[in-house]
Design a protein around this ligand. Structure first.
Ligand code: CUA
Length: 348
């Protein structure tokens, strides 16, 4: 390539890189207060990851500025000028010292980055013996959290005690997902048939957003959950209250109003539209408006109630035409199932 087109190419490359560099410089300042972002770490573990991130960015940015700067300088300083020389300038080949340098310096930088990464990974693996365990089960397209010590389960809502390291035992019911609360920790895959462990300690009370960080199907974008961190005493109180609420509702019998609450808390809203439930506008599965009438006509010999009960317990037993076998088995107690059926039956 002759010098002028080369200079143009370099300039174009610089112009393309400039907005990226500008964005990198601006992001930390504007996002410190914003919630779902790795630049506002709220646990010692997230802080370590953020420190490693900045270490890498500073080194990469220095190399970028140095290399591009030398490129621009050489392009301008040694460009072809009038009068064009009639003889070829002296040709140079090989410089052992320079070549050694540009092999050794990048190697040292890479070794440094490798060492820093390994050190951070090792630090993140350190888990105290009294860590509190929460089981995480991902499914298309929701998160189920179980607190084994009190046998309590929630969906898309995660409460954490502060000042205590929590170990998450993460798995999946169907396809690969990825568990990620950007302010609190790095991400970890949720894989069917396997339990992955992630630990961190919340240190301040707050509310955060968790997401699925692995493309897992049509409802991936809606696979979000709310995280609340609170002092351990309040956390225990929340556990008791929630559990008492679940037991009271179970004793009260089937109730369409409870069905609405379950429709939200079980994550049904991210896949189905149902006008009776605010926020239920998912497009992945069939629209459920009027399903109470339709249900009686789906499978010959099955009443509306039988059909709805079966659809909830064994979603693949009958597929509505035009929809694939996407609906997962949703964990539900008998009384929860009864309230869900009551809600759907009422949709005439
Ligand atoms: Cu689950 Cu994306």
């Amino acid at each position: 390539m002759s010098p002028v087109p080369r200079l143009l190419a370099v300039t174009r490359r610089m112009l393309l890189a400039a907005p990226v560099a500008a964005a990198m410089a601006v992001l930390p300042a504007t996002s410190a207060s914003a919630q779902p972002w790795v630049f506002a770490p709220a646990t010692p573990q997230a802080q370590q990851i953020t420190d490693l991130f900045w270490f890498t960015v500073v080194i990469s940015a220095s190399v970028f500025v140095l290399v591009e700067g030398l490129l621009i300088y050489s392009s301008l300083r040694f460009r072809r000028r009038a009068p064009v020389p009639s003889v070829e300038p002296p040709q140079i080949h090989g410089n052992t010292r320079l070549e050694m340098m540009w092999a050794i310096v990048p190697a040292l930088i890479l070794i440094g980055l490798f060492g820093a990464s390994v050190r951070t990974m090792a630090a993140l693996q350190e888990v105290p013996a009294d860590a509190y365990t929460i089981e995480v089960r991902a499914r298309q397209f929701a998160w189920d959290f179980r607190y084994p010590d009190v046998d309590l389960q929630t969906t898309n809502e995660l409460y954490l005690p502060i000042g205590r390291t929590v170990t998450f035992e993460i798995t999946s019911q169907d396809v690969n997902h990825s568990f990620w609360i950007p302010n609190l920790s790095g991400k970890l895959d949720a894989i069917p048939g396997r339990v992955n462990r992630l630990s961190f300690q919340a240190t301040e009370a707050g509310q955060y957003r968790g997401v699925c960080a692995e493309l897992c199907g049509a409802g991936h974008a809606g696979m979000v959950f709310r995280v609340v961190t609170l002092p351990e005493a309040d956390f225990r109180q929340w556990q008791q209250n929630t559990k008492a609420g679940v037991q009271a509702a179970a004793a009260a019998g089937p109730d369409p109003e409870r069905g609405k609450a379950l429709f939200v808390s079980k994550g049904c809203v991210s896949c189905h539209t149902l006008s009776a439930v605010p926020g239920a506008n998912g497009q992945v599965g069939p629209n459920l408006d009027g399903v109470g009438t339709r249900a009686a006509t789906r499978v010959p010999g099955e009443s509306a109630e039988q059909y709805l009960r079966q659809s909830l317990q064994d979603p693949q037993a009958f597929l509505v035409p035009g929809y694939g076998p996407l609906m997962p088995q949703i964990p539900m107690t008998d009384d929860e199932l009864a309230s869900m059926v009551a809600l759907l039956l009422a949709q005439k």
